[in-house]
Design a protein around this ligand. Structure first.
Ligand SMILES: [Zn+2]
Length: 301
């Protein structure tokens, strides 16, 4: 079934959320894409996922939100250009607030009956399939993440100063409401068909874990990390030297930045020790942009 949840008019334009549903009854799995309007690669995952689940009998309901932030999507921006609010920083939203506040409130209301919510994002740095747990490592969340078979897990704790901003993300709010959830990050640039298929297989496996489909069991160990992201203090052309999952020590060279006025090389040195979870692609970077993220491996959480 395809339907549209009305949210509000902005001027004379009606804003709504398109929702695609497969199956009936419980449990309900909700998959969200497009909370950030410029993160378009999850649509490739949804297309393949829908092709796969249409071949199968579904024991429960799968709800797909393909365009969770429609006004941001039409500008291909992270947020819409009417209220300039990051949708993923304002949950639970407000149905009397600005348009982003209303979108947040409406999305949350639609997710309320979910046994599990998966929020799909894509990242501008090189990012092997990553699951994100916000403010929880409870057993159900971790078993669902495990079923999704990510290459890495980012454990967010919004009590920490550098992750405080995630305290009003969708995941944090769902956890307050005791709705199991996790987020996924894939590559926004240069994503391969294999990476898309890995993500789709993970989603199908989660459907099995929830009892929605015949189980496709994958059992890999999770690599879980606390993550710190580093930004560049110089402008220029970034050339990565290391790749995701390389282990770096403090002071190791992870790449170079070439000043585009002189093409002089400036070394980019790791500011801490750990596993490189993400690193920028070879392209222009500007001061303040994220260029790499280092994870401290956490086991037995
Ligand atoms: Zn995002």
């Amino acid at each position: 079934m395809i339907r549209r949840k009305k949210i509000s008019k902005i001027g004379t334009v009606e804003v709504g959320l398109p929702i695609i549903e497969f199956g009936e009854g419980k449990p309900v799995l909700s998959i969200v894409a497009g909370v950030h309007g410029d993160e378009t690669k999850p649509l490739l995952v949804l297309k393949r996922f829908i092709e796969e689940i249409q071949k199968q009998e579904i024991n429960g309901k799968i709800k797909i939100f393909s365009d969770a932030n429609p006004l941001a999507k039409i500008y291909n921006k992270r947020f819409n250009v009417i209220d300039f609010v990051d949708l993923n920083r304002i949950f639970p939203g407000d149905n009397q607030g600005s348009i982003s506040q209303r979108v947040a409130e409406a999305l949350l209301a639609e997710l309320d009956d979910s046994a599990l919510v998966i929020d799909l994002h894509s990242y501008h740095m090189q990012t092997p399939l990553m699951a994100i747990a916000v403010n929880t490592t409870d057993e159900k969340t971790m078993s669902m993440i495990k079923a999704s078979n990510p290459k890495q897990v980012w454990l967010i704790n919004s009590v920490n100063e550098n992750e405080y901003k995630f305290g009003r993300s969708l995941g944090a709010e769902l956890n307050k409401r005791k709705i199991t959830n996790f987020a996924v990050e894939i590559n926004q640039r240069n994503i391969s068909q294999d990476e898309i298929e890995d993500c789709v297989k993970g989603l199908i496996n989660v459907c099995g874990e929830l009892g929605l489909l015949k189980n496709h069991k994958i059992e890999n160990d999770l690599r879980m990390f606390e993550r710190t992201v580093f930004t560049t203090t110089t402008n220029g052309l970034f050339i990565p030297l290391k790749k995701p999952f390389d282990y770096v020590k403090k002071g190791d060279k992870v790449g170079s930045i070439y000043d585009i006025e002189t093409f002089q090389e400036i070394d980019v040195l790791a500011e801490s020790e750990g596993v490189l979870m993400q690193i920028a692609w070879n392209d222009m970077v500007l001061i303040g942009e994220e260029i790499y993220a280092i994870g401290k491996e956490k086991n037995g959480v």
